[in-house]
Every structure is written in structure tokens, then in C-alpha cells.
Write a protein that binds this ligand. Structure first.
Ligand code: PLP
Length: 393
């Protein structure tokens, strides 16, 4: 018999993927423009012009053997150095090229990091709501994921978090701006969280690593400040991705940054390199390594996401829905008007609205709306949301 855990994972699609596939079928039946697909976090804004220009430049002017060849397992040195320099300039850190490991996006960054840190039986804590794949990645690395509840504004509840810390806790994953709530964790929250971890280490001698999953770092509105975790906690690791900031999710490029202020940063970086090797996650796409080096600091035009957020928040609130106004990412978290969010999302399908019940994100009674769609889709969807709201009056 082969590994049945993996057979099961392969057979059971995530709720989001399931809805996305349903949407594809429905679009073929009634026309793309008649389905309001808010299921997937696939950016609708094109990559910045500089990305296309640099791609053409790289393909035209670089020796193809060098451009498409293997890089070092951890990534090209000059790319890693450029990323370290960029982070140091922005966040006053002291990272070097050897703090950076290039990956195929945030998913790979997380898998490698968890495999580097965990032994069988270790525990990882995150905050609900959370990206559902954290459970899969943690289990695959031999650990168990526990989720701490957030407060009513979806900021981490530190007292509830502290109650989950045990001798087996090895890592904490935070994700801010958050998928699916869109909430940005404030500086006080981050400080309290770090203080709790330091206190735990002092009391028990157990070091807990803080993993910051940051695919949405640059996707914030109205100048909201996103604290950079390395400025608050030495035992921290950033799992970054260019998927959303540069609208390049299909190109699979990101990195892991291990905080150089960590006492055992060389050991952890070696663990990252080893886990990358063991998982076969070596030499991230070479062309896109070179590309990101050229466009560090650039971000896709997020004004469309902000306009979508503002329009949807205002309209849904007017129709009577309870909405958590997000500061970042491109997701809207809406309270289901009936207890069963799956039944609500099912009912929404009647109006061709594809929205994701949040049970798989670890919070019941909410749905997620991915508003990284065209402004026309948002505009056209409003009567459907209104009609859906009428059903609950
Ligand atoms: N983490 C979070 C919170 C996400 O929302 C996503 C993708 O949507 C990922 C990780 C995976 O990102 P990537 O596509 O860069 O692997």
C-alpha cells in the first residue's frame, strides 16, 4: 500500500479549489461575465510595467545558457545579496546573502521552514482565521497545528495564545496582512506576542521560532503600517512571496529570510538549506530570480484593490451584512447571516456569487470574498449581493 495520507490529500480538493472548479464549469455554461467569482486569491491587476520590460531585457540581452541554467541550491548569490540589502535598507536589519534562501513562493518557503524546525511531535501555533494549507504543511513536517482564537476584530488574543504554549511548541506562524480577514496585526499586538514568547523561553528554556508568512506585505491601504517582525523578535524567519506584490503567482518565486540577530542563525539557515535539499526545493526558477532582483521595491498597482474594497464594504454594509473592513490583502471577511456559513455560500450560488465559507480557515460563521477581481465584476455583482441579503430580511 502506498502512503494513504498523501492519497487522501490528493483526492480531497480544498473548499476554495472546489469552488473555483465549479466556477469554471458555470462560466462555460452561462458565460464568464455572468459569474461573480470571488473564490481565489489570483491577482487581477497586471504585473508592473517594469516586470515586462525587465523580462524582455533579460531574455534579449543575457546569455541563455547562464540565464536558464542551475543556480546555487539556495539561489543566485547576487540575487540573495540584493534582497538582503533591500531588506536592510527598508527595515534596518543586518541580513547578508547567506540569510536568504530563494524558493518557489510562500508555500515552499513555509514547507521548507517547517521541515527545518520541526521534529515529530512538535507543535506549531497560529491564529484563527488562518490559511488552511498551514495544517497540511505542518502535518507533513511531522508537527501538529493549533490555532489560537482572535478577538472580535480578528487581532490575536494573546491571553488565549499563551494558554496554548507547551513544552512541545517549536514555532508560531503569523500572517499579516491576513488571508482571509485582511486584518493587519498592530504593533502593540506584535510586541505582546513577542513578549509572551520571550517569557515562555525564560520560564521553560524552550526557544520558539516566529515565522512571518508575508505574501501580502505590500498590499496595504491608506498607509497602514505593517510591523516587520525582525525588528521585534530575534528568533524570527520571514517567508516571503512575490506572488501577490508583483502579480506573479504562476511564476513561483519567493524567499526565506532567517534573522541574522538569532543566536543560532547559522544552524537554522543550514536547516533551511537541508530541508530545501530533502524536499527537492533547490534552485528556484532562475529567470525569475534574476527578474525580481531588477524590480525590488516595485509593487503592482493596488489602487484597484482599494477601490474594490471600498465599494464592496460600503455596499454590503448598506445591504445589512456585517463586514470587517480590511486594511490589507484583497479579502473581505463577512459574517454569515445564518449560523452555517456553508449553507450561506451555497445559497449565494443561486445568484452566481462564488464566496468561500470560512470553516476551513478555522473560524465558523464567516465567508471570504476575494476581491482581486475587475472593478466591473464588483459593480455587476452588487445587485446579486442585494438580492441575497433580501433573503435574510
Ligand atoms: N500564505 C498565504 C497566507 C497565502 O494566502 C498564500 C496564497 O494565497 C500562500 C501562503 C501561498 O503563496 P504562494 O502562491 O506564493 O506559494
Amino acid at each position: 500500500m502506498i502512503n494513504q495520507t498523501n492519497v487522501h490529500l490528493g483526492n480531497v480538493r480544498s473548499v476554495i479549489r472546489e469552488l473555483f472548479e465549479y466556477g469554471k464549469k458555470r462560466k462555460a455554461e452561462i458565460g464568464e461575465e455572468n459569474v461573480y467569482d470571488f473564490s481565489l486569491g489570483n491577482p487581477s491587476v497586471p504585473a508592473p510595467d517594469e516586470v515586462r520590460a525587465e523580462l524582455v531585457n533579460l531574455i534579449t540581452n543575457t546569455d541563455p545558457v547562464a540565464l536558464h541554467g542551475y543556480t546555487s541550491a539556495q539561489g543566485d548569490f547576487s540575487v540573495r545579496k540584493a534582497i538582503a540589502d533591500d531588506l536592510n535598507a527598508r527595515f534596518k536589519t543586518s541580513l547578508s546573502a547567506d540569510s536568504i534562501y530563494m524558493t518557489c513562493g510562500a508555500a515552499a518557503s513555509l514547507c521548507i521552514t517547517l521541515n527545518a524546525l520541526l521534529n515529530a511531535g512538535y507543535e506549531v501555533i497560529t491564529f484563527a482565521p488562518f490559511f488552511p494549507e498551514y495544517s497540511v504543511f505542518t502535518a507533513h513536517a511531522g508537527g501538529t497545528l493549533k490555532a489560537a482564537e482572535c478577538d472580535k476584530n480578528f487581532q490575536p488574543d494573546i491571553a488565549k495564545f499563551k494558554a496554548l504554549l507547551t513544552d512541545k511548541t517549536k514555532a508560531v506562524i503569523i500572517n499579516s496582512p491576513n488571508n482571509p480577514s485582511g486584518v493587519v496585526y498592530g504593533e502593540n499586538t506584535v510586541k505582546e506576542l513577542c513578549a509572551a514568547l520571550k517569557e515562555h523561553e525564560k520560564k521553560t528554556g524552550n526557544r520558539v521560532y516566529l515565522i512571518s508568512d508575508e505574501p501580502y506585505r505590500e498590499l496595504v491601504f491608506d498607509g497602514v503600517y505593517v510591523p516587520f517582525i525582525m525588528n521585534f523578535y530575534d528568533n524570527s524567519i520571514v517567508c516571503y512571496s512575490f506572488s501577490k506584490s508583483l502579480s506573479l503567482p504562476g511564476e513561483r518565486i519567493g524567499y526565506i529570510a532567517v534573522n541574522s540577530a538569532m543566536e543560532n542563525d547559522r544552524e537554522v539557515f543550514a536547516g533551511v538549506c537541508g530541508a530545501g535539499r530533502a524536499l527537492g526545493y533547490v534552485c528556484a526558477p532562475a529567470l525569475f530570480q534574476q527578474l525580481v532582483k531588477k524590480v525590488l521595491g516595485k509593487t503592482a498597482d493596488i489602487s484597484v484593490y482599494k477601490a474594490n474594497r471600498d465599494k464592496l464594504c460600503a455596499a454590503l454594509t448598506e445591504y445589512g451584512f456585517e463586514v470587517v473592513k480590511p486594511d490589507g490583502a484583497f479579502y473581505l471577511f463577512v459574517k454569515s447571516p445564518e449560523n452555517d456559513a456553508t449553507a450561506f455560500a451555497e445559497r449565494a450560488k443561486k445568484y452566481e456569487l462564488l464566496i468561500v465559507p470560512a470553516d476551513s480557515f478555522g473560524v465558523k460563521g464567516y465567508v471570504r470574498i476575494s476581491y482581486c477581481v475587475s472593478p466591473q465584476t464588483v459593480e455587476k455583482s452588487l445587485p446579486a449581493f442585494k438580492a441575497l441579503a433580501e433573503e435574510y430580511k
